[in-house]
Design a protein around this ligand. Structure first.
Ligand code: ZN
Length: 142
């Protein structure tokens, strides 16, 4: 079991973060937190925060930085962008991955890799999560 503590963020693939900022800021009323490049995944990530203190949801807009980025491949099939993944907050991510693998689930990442905001992340295979690309995300230890 993953023992997900919360939805950490929702990942949305976009061709261009700057072109979509207005929708997220002005239409949805989200707060733009800035961008970060995650070299390992060949993406630029833009963060938007929604909702009241203590019950906030973060949206992660993902823009490819290279033609072989996983997001570039997604955009080939969905040129306008779209919902890419849901990320759940977990503790002890390596143990979660080991447990999932032992239970027969397919994983994209058998060991965690670096995510934005100094997190550790890993993706489950969409075939093992009913078509929804699922990310486990372990926040930076305080
Ligand atoms: Zn993510």
């Amino acid at each position: 079991m993953i023992h997900a503590r919360a939805i950490n963020h929702i990942g949305i693939a976009v061709p261009n973060i700057d072109a979509q900022r207005e929708f997220y800021e002005k239409t949805l009323g989200a707060k733009f937190e800035g961008c970060e490049t995650v070299a390992d995944q060949k993406v630029k990530v833009g963060f938007f925060l929604l909702g009241p203190e203590g019950a906030q949801v973060r949206l992660e807009l993902l823009e490819p930085t290279a033609p072989d980025s996983p997001i570039a491949k997604y955009l080939e099939k969905n040129p306008h962008g779209g919902l890419h993944h849901v990320a759940y907050t977990v503790d002890d991510i390596q143990k979660r991955l080991d447990d999932l693998k032992a239970s027969g689930l397919r994983l994209i990442d058998e060991t965690p890799r670096p995510g934005a905001h100094h997190t550790q992340i890993a993706f489950l295979h969409p075939k093992s999560s009913h078509g929804v690309l699922t990310e486990l995300c372990q926040p930076k230890k305080a």
